[in-house]
Design a protein around this ligand. Structure first.
Ligand SMILES: Cc1cc2nc3c(=O)[nH]c(=O)nc-3n(C[C@H](O)[C@H](O)[C@H](O)COP(=O)(O)O)c2cc1C
Length: 294
């Protein structure tokens, strides 16, 4: 394992090296020496999509693990939903002091509270910040994020540049038209549908490229890839990033105060072989809140 607290020296590691070391191509693009990172007061955080990768990250003595559920927007590493996977990773690293950060489908304080409830120390939001005022996403991309509800898990985009890297995208009319793209097709040899600037470099954007439209992009924006997580339908407005954070904090405090504090749960069997869980707060029954399990 390359990026361990046991290794010395500085060195960015290539994707291929990481893969050869048993890490999936998508999970860790660069590994570097923890010693140097500590000297720079940096934290070494790795995103994983399954328990096996989490175990490797633990062995590598990372500072934090982002646990990404299949709900996530953009490139998606694993197959499991966040809620089943997260507690397994929490249990795995409970003796290590490694921070566990939940990612995938979290856009508000309710998702934040759910992640905390299953043991996460924090949350990582992608799609929500994409739809912020400061985001460098193209205005039309931001507009689609607040208009659209539906996403899909696919491998249609960017196959040549990043093979074997599935991703979650908005179900735009362009995507729906091409979602069954033949396996051998890639963005290579496709028509140029626009132009963009990335890190100061002018680039052509070909059809099916994995390049999201940013503020510099021109051309047929609606035919370009638009990454988004499953909770995109909960995002209804473009707001400043600071407002995203402030709302997140206010909402999570509200959820904890209103739903978790001073709660008593009393399971009672009822007819139809179901269980009714009567939730009482401050001695008062909250009749609307119950869980039924057959
Ligand atoms: C525009 C965009 C691009 C992304 N690109 C990558 C990527 O290249 N590699 C990766 O591991 N995850 C990528 N992700 C996933 C994020 O790291 C994170 O797991 C995800 O955004 C969390 O889910 P959410 O979007 O539902 O909040 C991307 C996400 C978005 C929205």
């Amino acid at each position: 394992m390359a990026a361990s607290r046991r290794t010395g020296g500085w060195g960015w590691r290539s994707d291929k090296q990481a893969r050869d070391d048993g890490l999936t191509y998508n999970s860790v693009s660069t590994w570097c020496s923890h010693t140097q990172l500590t000297a720079r007061r940096s934290f070494f955080v790795v995103q994983v999509g399954n328990l096996e990768e989490a175990a490797k990250a633990k062995e590598a003595c990372v500072d934090g693990i982002i646990v990404q559920g299949r709900e996530a927007g953009g490139h998606v590493i694993g197959q499991e939903g966040l809620l089943p996977l997260l507690p397994k990773v929490v249990d795995l690293v409970s003796d290590s002091g490694i921070a566990v950060i939940a990612a995938g489908g979290i856009v508000d304080g309710r998702g934040y509270a759910a992640a905390l409830a299953v043991g996460a120390h924090g949350v990582c939001l992608g799609t929500r910040f994409l739809a912020s005022e400061e985001s460098f996403a193209h205005p039309l991309y931001k507009k689609r994020l607040i208009e659209m509800n539906s996403t899909d898990y696919t491998n249609v985009f960017g196959r040549a540049r990043w093979p074997g890297a599935p991703h979650r995208v908005l179900k735009t009319p362009f995507y729906v038209q091409w979602k069954n793209l033949a396996d051998q097709e890639t963005e290579e040899n496709q028509p140029i549908i626009g132009h963009t600037i990335i890190h100061g470099v002018h680039r052509d954007v070909r059809r099916f490229a994995g390049t999201v439209p940013n503020a510099t992009t021109t051309g047929d924006i609606d035919s370009m890839v638009m990454y988004a997580g499953q909770a995109v339908g909960l995002i209804t407005e473009i707001i400043p990033a600071s407002e995203v954070i402030n709302r997140l904090i206010d909402e999570v405090q509200h959820v904890i105060r209103e739903r978790f504090s001073d709660c008593q749960l009393r399971p009672k069997p009822n007819k139809d072989s179901a269980w009714l869980v009567d939730v009482k707060r401050s001695g008062q029954s909250l009749s609307k809140e119950f869980i039924c399990c057959m």
